[in-house]
Each structure stands twice: as structure tokens, then as C-alpha cells.
Design a protein around this ligand. Structure first.
Ligand code: ZN
Length: 436
């Protein structure tokens, strides 16, 4: 058994043990050894050993996880640098990871970002490869290493690596934040407000029961505009509103902001489809509208938000203003077509395609529909119709890859699955529809 001993920062497997073979392993042997390691742990019965042995196995598993993750980062970087994702019609390594695993987009991108950070921070990488540093400590740095700060953070490689060996992730995070402060605030203790403008940002997060949370840092100007907006668009409750139904201050601010955004969209040409102003687009199965949720073949979705539940869809239809654009479907892929009368999707059909597809149909890709190009699956010059069932929304890199490498795309109107087949037909990649 490997000798394992713990430090405060982590556990380190020092001896490689009898299974280690000095010969450089082939890819097949690496795969077999990794699988064998997991199988050994799966077959291990904790009841048949002493407390000390059980602890040794636990620490060895932790050390192995760390070391594997560290070396996996080197593999990810090599994979990314040789553009190997294109083999499976993916345009990024993160997309390729998503195609082959159930990883979310954030986790996949973090794997790639971690791989490149570790290339720049050799001391940290060495500690991680030893198993002396956990993934959580490394990610405390990765999370904060946006491009404009990465070089400054990497300069403190040795210090951060030492700290990560002995401190918890939050202590590492505090140290990184101090480094960032010197970069972002120009080294002064009390910077003028405008110097902090590049810290501005707004995020929305999915929340409880269909509600979302908004969090962010506003600049002085946006703060002023928000205050003004709340004042201008605030409408008091009618005098006869029962006390129990009167809105609180935060609810009134929410409603004022909603009214201001609707007004802004009213005056923006991009919010008009076929001359009709639309603030929100909703796609629902006809059966959902009728209340037969079990018979519906697709869950309702909002154009930008994505899938929502049936009750929320009916609530929105019942309560929203007339600027809601509603597309009814008998299933998700009901063929809607203008046949061959036009080569370019008319706006109303593009709207329907957006509601159906949400994003690029490239493998592992989540580029939003609004940034995609409409591509005829069956080319227009080969009698392909301009139709929902013949439209591939593809991000520009995927559109390029499809044409450069002659991938053929087919579409199953029953399931919404897009199938990519390579020119020599040796590779077939199936891309499921966006959250059916
Ligand atoms: Zn794409």
C-alpha cells in the first residue's frame, strides 16, 4: 500500500508503490489504469479493515483525485492547443467536454481556464501535482484570474502556492483579492470612484419558484439613472387598495424598472418583428394552453429565459401586456415553411426558429441564437426549403467548420435531434434539442 501522510493543507502520496511502471504509458494503459483505480475503490469493503487502514484509503483517494485533476489539466491544455475538439465537430474544448459529459458550461470553461492558469503558475502546479493542494484552492485563484489580472496573479505564484499548501480556500481567496486590489485600484488605498468603474457588472441568477436574483455593482451614473427611473416610473397604489395588497417599496421599484424597460423596448427598432413591437416571445404547445400538460410534447419556453413551467406560461399569457409575442406549436418541430419562395428566413420564421432552438446546434455549443447565422440544412441551391425544419442556427465558427470539413447535418422532426456526419461518414455526432 502507498504511504500516505497528511499536512494541514492536504495529503500527499509519497511512494508510488509496486503498481508504478517507469515505462512511459500509452494512452490505452492510462485509460486502463485510471479505470482500474476507480474499480479498486468501488470493490473495497470498508468493513474488513482497521480504522487506520480505512483512513489511509480515504487519504489516498483524496490525494489521487487531486493529482489526477492536476495532470488532467496538462491533458486539457494539450487537447486545446492542438484543436482536437474539431474531430467531433466542436469549436471549443469546453464544448467538447460538454458534448461527452454532463458538465455545465461554467464547469467546462473552468477546466480549460484552470489548465492555462496552471501553465503560468509552475509552483502551484507542482503542489497540485503532488496532491498537496486541493482543486478548491486552485479554483479560488482561477475564479478571480480574469485576463487583465492573470499576469499580476501569476507573479505571486510562489507565495500563493505556499499559502495553498497550508491554508483553506477562503484564505487563498483573500490573498488573491489583495493582489487584485493592487491591480484594479492602481495601488492606492482610497481611489476616486471613477477608478472603480471597471468593477461594474450585473448578473442574474435562477432563484426560487421561477423568480430570479439580480446582483451587481453599479457605477455612480447608473445609480443615478436607477434612482431617477424609480422616481419617474413609480406609480402609487390606488387609494382604495386594501392594506394587505399594497406593494412594498422594493416591489414598487421592481415594477418601475419593468415599466421603464418596456418603454425602452417600445422605442428600439430591434424589438420590432414584422412591424409589431414585442417585449417577450413565448413558445407553448397548444395542449399546454388547454391545460393538458401531460399531453404536451414540449415544455413552454421564453425567448431569452428558456424553459418555464406550464403554470407560469399560462400566468404570463393571462397577465402580460399585448406586446407578448406568442407562438403556438403542435410539438416542437412542427414544420413551418415559406417553401422556396425566399432564400432568407423572414423575421417571423426566424422568431419561431429562435424559440425552438435557443442556441447554436453545433455539438456542445451554447452560443445564443441571436449570435448565430441561419444556415440551410439542405442547401437552397439543392431544392432546400426555407423552413423551420431546414434551418440550422450555427455560430460563425460552427458554420465555418461545417463548410470547411464538409459535415452533413440531418434533423429528426420527431425528436428535434440534429445529427452531424463527417465527410467520410466515420464520425456521427448527435446533438439533442435545447432542453425539450
Ligand atoms: Zn456553435
Amino acid at each position: 500500500m502507498d504511504t500516505v501522510y497528511a499536512t494541514r493543507g492536504g495529503c500527499v502520496a509519497r511512494d508510488r508503490g509496486p503498481a508504478y511502471d517507469a515505462a512511459p504509458p500509452t494512452a490505452a494503459r492510462v485509460v486502463a489504469a485510471l479505470t482500474a483505480g476507480a474499480d479498486a475503490l468501488a470493490g473495497f469493503d470498508p468493513q474488513v479493515c482497521s480504522d487506520e487502514e480505512l483512513g489511509a484509503v480515504l487519504l489516498a483517494a483524496e490525494a489521487a483525485q487531486r493529482r489526477i485533476a492536476a495532470h488532467q489539466a496538462t491533458t486539457i491544455r494539450a487537447f486545446d492547443q492542438r484543436d482536437a475538439a474539431r474531430h467531433d465537430a466542436c469549436v471549443t474544448t469546453a464544448g467538447w467536454l460538454r458534448l461527452h459529459t454532463t458538465m455545465g458550461p461554467g464547469a467546462a470553461k473552468k477546466r480549460v481556464k484552470r489548465a492555462y492558469l496552471l501553465q503560468a503558475m509552475t509552483h502551484l502546479r507542482a503542489a497540485y501535482e503532488e496532491g498537496a493542494v486541493a482543486t478548491e484552492q486552485v479554483d479560488a485563484i482561477v475564479y478571480r484570474a480574469i485576463p487583465s489580472r492573470a499576469a499580476a496573479i501569476a507573479e505571486h505564484d510562489d507565495t500563493l502556492a505556499q499559502l495553498a499548501r497550508n491554508a483553506e480556500p477562503r484564505e487563498v481567496a483573500v490573498a488573491v483579492t489583495r493582489i487584485i486590489d493592487t491591480v484594479d485600484r492602481d495601488g492606492t488605498d482610497n481611489p476616486p470612484p471613477c477608478a472603480n468603474d471597471d468593477l461594474r457588472g450585473i448578473d442574474t441568477f435562477g432563484g426560487y419558484a421561477g423568480l430570479s436574483s439580480v446582483r451587481g455593482s453599479t457605477t455612480t451614473l447608473l445609480n443615478e439613472l436607477l434612482a431617477r427611473t424609480f422616481r419617474v416610473f413609480d406609480t402609487p397604489d390606488p387609494a382604495d387598495t386594501p392594506v394587505a395588497q399594497r406593494r412594498g417599496a422594493t416591489q414598487r421599484r421592481h415594477d418601475a424598472l419593468q415599466a421603464a424597460l418596456a418603454t425602452a423596448l417600445d422605442h428600439h427598432p430591434g424589438a420590432t418583428i414584422d412591424g409589431v413591437k414585442t417585449h417577450a416571445s413565448l413558445f407553448v404547445d397548444l395542449r399546454t394552453m388547454l391545460g393538458d400538460d401531460d399531453l404536451a410534447t414540449i415544455r413552454p419556453r421564453l425567448g431569452e429565459t428558456g424553459v418555464i413551467d406550464a403554470e407560469t406560461a399560462r400566468h404570463i399569457i393571462a397577465t402580460t401586456n399585448p406586446t407578448l409575442r406568442l407562438v403556438l406549436g403542435l410539438g416542437p418541430w412542427l414544420p413551418i415553411t415559406v417553401s422556396r419562395t425566399r432564400r432568407v428566413l423572414p423575421q417571423w420564421l426566424r422568431g419561431a426558429s429562435q424559440l425552438a432552438h435557443q442556441h447554436c446546434v453545433g455539438p456542445g455549443c451554447d452560443v445564443k441564437f441571436s449570435r448565430c447565422e441561419a444556415d440551410h440544412r439542405e442547401p437552397h441551391c439543392n431544392s432546400g426549403a426555407t423552413a423551420l425544419f431546414n434551418d440550422n442556427p450555427l455560430c460563425p465558427p460552427h458554420n465555418q467548420l461545417k463548410h470547411d470539413e464538409q459535415w452533413t447535418l440531418t434533423f429528426d422532426v420527431d425528436t428535434g435531434v440534429t445529427t452531424w456526419t463527417s465527410a467520410d461518414a466515420t464520425r456521427v455526432i448527435r446533438v439533442p434539442p435545447a432542453e425539450p
